[in-house]
Design a protein around this ligand. Sequence first.
Ligand code: APR
Length: 249
Amino acid sequence: MSIETVRRLIRVAADEPGGLAVLTGAGMSAESGIPTFRDAMTGMWSKFDPAELASEQGFRARPQHVWDWYAERREGVRAALPNAGHRALGDFHRRHPGSMVLITQNVDNLHQRAGVPGMIRLHGDILADRWLGPCARHPACSPTEAVAGRPPRCADCGNLLRPGVVWFGEMLPPAAIDAAELAARRCRLMLVVGTSGAVWPAAGLAGEARRHGASVVIVNPEASEIDGDAQHLLRGTAATLLPALLDGL
Ligand code: APR
């Protein structure tokens, strides 16, 4: 499948509101220096135990240990810069407001920093905090009254602050997954960039788009678990292929 053929598909999709849906995963930010999760040697889950670090049980068992790990990841996100792939999507969005719907599994803020403000975030935001549980004392714990610490906690009821991401075993934000499924059903073309397709329900979106008549194109240097849902596979990286696919359109 040639780049030129996919560019033609994008040109047609760009003429319609929501005509182009883009689903991104950790590979999108790999060339910005943010490690992926499952890449053999470099993936975070090859070094760390997700049950220990990305689950409520793990956090309750060792809150400081988990908080510190996220603090380190947050530093990495703040220090990272959008790569040429993020910028190509941001520029395309500026040229075609309303044509593209961006759905991301990523918890970094590189898409926003590259100029795609309103996107569907399936797995939350690593730079945001939220309370672990409901407050035992009053309607809601007030973040401003949180006692400093690792993690900070409510001065009144001891409730802990936790990173605003979706952990294993947790539900995705219903509004986000509903919007993503609607975008998948409505689009003419879905571009899937940098995901292994290992995590559901995000991994079901390409199939959903295909079942509703869309073309599905996957950008990934390696094979993914959802290659079967795509009509077109482009073996390459986000920062090289997205500018080639989107620039000038
Ligand atoms: N450009 C494009 N794709 C890349 C690049 C790159 N530069 N580098 C790696 N990839 C691909 C890999 O081949 C792999 O298929 O990106 C994919 C990354 O897969 P994962 O690490 O599994 O990340 P992702 O699919 O986003 O994981 C889904 O799992 O751990 C949870 O919540 C976390 O959102 C995450 C979810």
